[in-house]
Write a protein that binds this ligand. Structure first.
Ligand SMILES: [Zn+2]
Length: 173
C-alpha cells in the first residue's frame, strides 16, 4: 500500500454532519464555499501555474463525480432515469439547475447546461471559463455510469458573459 493512501478520499471523510452540527445544520453560505474555492485556486495558480491548477480542479471534480455517483445515485438504472435523478440531486443540494440539451447515446456525446451554478453564477466577467471542477464532476459521473472515459469541456460560462454554464461531454479518444 502506498504511504499516501491514508489521504485518499473516502465518502466517510464528509463525516456525520447531523451529529457534528446539531445547531448549525447541513447548510452554509455560497460565499463561504466560493471563498474556499477561489482562495485555493489562487494558491494553486501561484504555486503551479494556471494550467496545472485547472487540471487539479478537473481531477478533483472527477473524483467527486465518481464518488457522488457511487454514493448518491443509482448507477444501475436506465440512462434517462439516471439523468433525472442527477437533475433532482443537483437541485436538492443547491448545486445548480441542470438541463440536458443533447443526448446522443450512439456516439456517447452529450450537452449539459447548468443554470445558477454554484461555482460561477454572478462572477465578474473575465472571458474565461472557470468551472474546471464541474467539468471533472460530469466526467466522473458519466465515467462511472458508462464505465468509459469521458472528456468534458465547458463551452459557456457565466464568467464568459453567458447566463448558463454549458458543457460538452465526449468519449475520450
Ligand atoms: Zn461556469
Amino acid at each position: 500500500m502506498l504511504s499516501d493512501d491514508k489521504y485518499s478520499f473516502r465518502w466517510s471523510d464528509i463525516g456525520d454532519i447531523s451529529l457534528g452540527r446539531s445547531n448549525l445544520g447541513n447548510t452554509t453560505n455560497v460565499a463561504v464555499y466560493r471563498l474556499m474555492q477561489y482562495t485555493m485556486r489562487s494558491v494553486l495558480n501561484s504555486r503551479f501555474g494556471s494550467e496545472l491548477a485547472s487540471e487539479m480542479f478537473y481531477e478533483s471534480g472527477k473524483l467527486a463525480g465518481q464518488e457522488f455517483c457511487k454514493n448518491r445515485l443509482n448507477c444501475n438504472q436506465p440512462f434517462n432515469q439516471f439523468l433525472a435523478q442527477l437533475q433532482e440531486q443537483m437541485h436538492t443540494l443547491n448545486i445548480g439547475i441542470l438541463r440536458i440539451e443533447k443526448i446522443d447515446l450512439e456516439n456517447m456525446n452529450f450537452v449539459l447546461a447548468v443554470a445558477e451554478d454554484l461555482d460561477c453564477s454572478g462572477l465578474p466577467i473575465t472571458n474565461e471559463t472557470v468551472c474546471d471542477y464541474d467539468e471533472g464532476f460530469f466526467a466522473g459521473l458519466l465515467g462511472v455510469y458508462t464505465n468509459k472515459d469521458f472528456e468534458v469541456k465547458e463551452v459557456d460560462c457565466w464568467s464568459k458573459g453567458d447566463r448558463v454554464c454549458r458543457f460538452t461531454a465526449n468519449l475520450k479518444v
